[in-house]
Design a protein around this ligand. Structure first.
Ligand code: ADE
Length: 421
């Protein structure tokens, strides 16, 4: 093994991790095509990439695409509970990637690892939640001139970066990969929908049929969670603050309610809002005995987990990622994954089939940055529509699907205004 710096749990897990990475690759045909193309054209030649992503088998395949393109990559985790230690091990042992990520790392180690990635002086960074960009703009400002740009994977990160840009605090160009249609319409909806149910079931093994589930947030993630929960027979109620999204929920056939009322009957609460204190300790006090709290939003602030820890009389761990809290009143509440995103903390994140498109966009985004080096402004960009069209076309092709194209007459009609009634 080439001598590299790393900090992972256990090097001996590499062979298991390698198989896991290979299995994910089976279901990532678009990324595989791009990787093959990158190996020939080397669009990232000589580039240093610093990645702060969930360290999963799907992410490993993105890292391999970067390497195939000629880049060097250092990787740390974008969440303390999402790292798959065997994948981290294989990346170090089999692919020589400096990885700094240990499942269950504390906050201090988490930030030590982010700093390790910035120590390699990356020219391109990629984030899932904007923690690297934030660190660059706070403690590592001197490195800003070295940065070509930074890609952002998730809604929460894009919200933070947009706020930075609005505040004129953003000093580098960023690419909101999340905002590509072939990312959020599939990853956020079908990926989060399925993996959230997966994480909840692995943590609890409860029956969803007949459960009264309250889903907070009806963005792409909330829609996915609500539809999958309904598919399993749960009675789903939606909490939403945006009137258009709330109306959409109603017309999708879901009852909507206010959280202050839904806490009285909900048996399980799942948040995916991107905001904080959606469920406060005051709400928790009024919940039914035995209510379950889960979060699928990026940060562990959507239900007040810390507040629950403080207010509870006792706490005990019943299963992996399942904690029982007894309140002073004697009421029992159950929290999953310490309030962290349960689809990654309790399961393995989104399946490879959707990460295929998300990470195809990430890989093409890196090449997009290199081509525009020096010409971009410090603002939030999105990938051009043609990239979405290409990713979708490749995905459909890989799935063996055929779809129609416009005839010349139809194309002309769509570009003309003269013809009417
Ligand atoms: N985000 C959600 N699911 C993921 C996965 N499987 N890998 C990387 N990032 C993710």
């Amino acid at each position: 093994m080439r001598k590299i710096d790393y900090d992972i749990k256990d090097l001996s897990l590499a062979s298991q991790g390698k198989k896991k990475i290979e299995w994910a690759r089976q279901n990532m045909p678009v990324l595989k095509l791009i990787t093959d193309e990158f190996s020939k054209t080397k669009p990232l030649k000589g580039l240093l990439i610093g990645a702060c992503l969930h360290v999963t088998s799907e992410t490993a395949n993105l890292i391999l695409a970067y390497l195939a393109g000629g880049a060097k990559v250092a990787l740390c985790a974008s969440n303390p509970l999402s790292t798959q230690d065997m994948v981290a091990s294989s990346l170090v042992v089999d692919y020589g990637v400096p990885v700094f990520a240990i499942h269950g790392e504390d906050k201090k180690t988490y930030y030590k690892h982010l700093n390790k990635v910035l120590d390699v002086h990356p020219q391109l960074t990629t984030d899932d939640g904007a923690d690297l960009v934030t660190l660059l703009h706070t403690e590592r400002l001197k490195q800003i001139p070295e940065i070509i740009g930074s890609a952002e994977e998730t809604t929460t990160g894009v919200i933070r970066l947009t706020a930075m840009a609005k505040d004129k605090a953003l000093k580098i160009p960023v690419l909101a990969v999340n905002d590509s249609d072939t990312k959020h319409m599939f990853d956020n909806r079908y990926g989060t929908g399925q993996s959230t149910v997966d994480g909840i079931l692995r943590s609890t093994n409860i029956l969803l049929a007949g459960k009264r589930v309250v889903v907070c947030g009806y963005g792409w993630c909330g829609r996915g969670i609500a539809s999958r929960m309904r598919g399993m027979g749960a009675h789903v109620t939606i909490i939403e603050v945006d009137p258009v999204k709330a109306l959409e929920a109603v017309m999708d056939g879901f009852p909507i309610d206010q959280i202050g009322h839904a806490i009285r009957y909900g048996e399980m609460f799942v948040s995916a809002t991107g905001d904080k204190e959606v469920i406060s300790t005051n709400h928790m006090k009024k919940m039914k005995d035995g209510a379950i709290l889960a979060n699928s939003g990026h940060f562990n602030v959507e239900f007040d987990y810390d507040g629950l820890v403080k207010m509870a009389k006792t706490k005990r761990i019943l299963r992996n990622n399942l904690e029982e809290f007894i309140l002073l009143s004697g009421k029992r509440l159950f929290a999953l994954g310490e309030g962290r995103l349960i689809n990654l903390a309790g399961a393995e994140g989104h399946p490879a089939e959707v990460m295929d498109m998300s990470f195809a966009n990430q890989a093409l985004g890196a090449a997009w940055f290199v081509k525009r080096k020096g010409s971009l402004k410090p603002k939030v960009y999105v990938l051009p529509k043609e990239v979405d069209q290409r990713v979708a076309r490749l995905k459909l092709h890989a799935m063996g699907m055929k779809f129609d194209r416009l005839t010349p007459v139809q194309r002309k009609y769509l570009h003309s205004w003269q013809e009417g009634t």
